[in-house]
Write a protein that binds this ligand. Sequence first.
Ligand code: AMP
Ligand code: GLY
Length: 412
Amino acid sequence: MKVLVVGAGAREHALVRSLLADPGVTQVTGAPGNAGIAADVATEPLDVTDPAAVAELAGRLAVDLVVIGPEVPLVAGAADAVRAAGIACFGPSRAAARLEGSKAFAKEVMAAAGVPTARAAVPASPAEIEAALDAFGPPYVVKDDGLAAGKGVVVTADRAEALRHALSCERVVVEEFLDGPEVSLFAVTDGVTVLALCPAQDFKRVADGDAGPNTGGMGAYSPLPWAPADLVEEVLTGVLVPTVEEMARRGTPFTGLLYAGLALTSRGVRVIEFNARFGDPETQVVLARLRTPLGRLLHAAATGRLAEVGALDWDEGAAVTVVLAAPGYPAGPRLGGVVTGLDLAGAQPGALVLHAGTGLGPDGAVISTGGRVLSVVGTGPDVPAARVSAYAALAHLGLEGGHHRGDIAAGV
Ligand code: AMP
Ligand code: GLY
């Protein structure tokens, strides 16, 4: 099977690595990829925001499967274009990707499917915004309705800040604050059959102790030894299956990866958000533990044959990933810094150095091209051991002014 992986982050690098480990996969191409992906497989230039360009490349390479990593091409309709060209695609249609592309739409689907989520309002005027803020009270949760690359959500006790953010959004969702730990649970689906992957936890805030602004994610680990034993089953039956059924009922079946961002509140599980693609950095730790051949799994989902795959096979151990970010990330990352120590870090036992925003400088050195630069994965028999591997590998890496959290998976 020949596979094209669309995207350029550490999530796509993890997908490429896992696809290469599948004996049924004969060729992987990354587009556009990054320096790490280019070191592993052939890459092609690609404007991922252009669905016709994605389909044209898939046709030119004569691949059997396209795997679309990021949300932007999905919301733009890249999966529709690939399927229209007669090529199997792992990723939802433009209509189904609205589950991520519009928070108001996701709320509507959850209400229809009976899926538990935060109570929310979609106020249409400044007066309605103020009324919604006061109705829910602090801490205020204010979300830009559309895609905002992880920066559209403000959670604050400061009413003035909440109001400022709300007024800056074209369309805004104001909602009830959810307490309790967060869990990311992914499901692979062909629109009918739903297979849950292992839960992971993401660290969204930039600094240790969950201080500072939200980011795309600064680290993650899996499994969650503290999670209730029936969590996956509960989310499968209460969230994932009803959502997939509701999307099918609407005539816009969801196929691909359904990502449920959950809060385990004192009143039960609530959905914080849906995403229509693999999460980053959670994918790095989930795939590090998946033993079922990935190409076979994604191809089955893309072709309506997921029921044939059966139960997924997992490594008993744990994985932890720590993100190395560029100076100034997330507010204003300064790019172009030289990354050193990659070979030494990658040679550490149990470590995997995945590239996110990297490219090659004129002299062949690896330089940063994005806010999140690397995602260092450590594996081991349990979370503490995996954590030691990840930080030991990270210690060999250099990036002037770069920063990472020191408390990923601490105390787990
Ligand atoms: P989202 O982009 O929807 O994932 O939101 C980013 C982050 O904001 C989430 O991971 C949560 O940490 C936080 N958040 C979003 N919605 C809520 C909520 N209703 N209550 C508490 N925290 C929230
Ligand atoms: N890790 C959060 C996300 O992928 O949206």
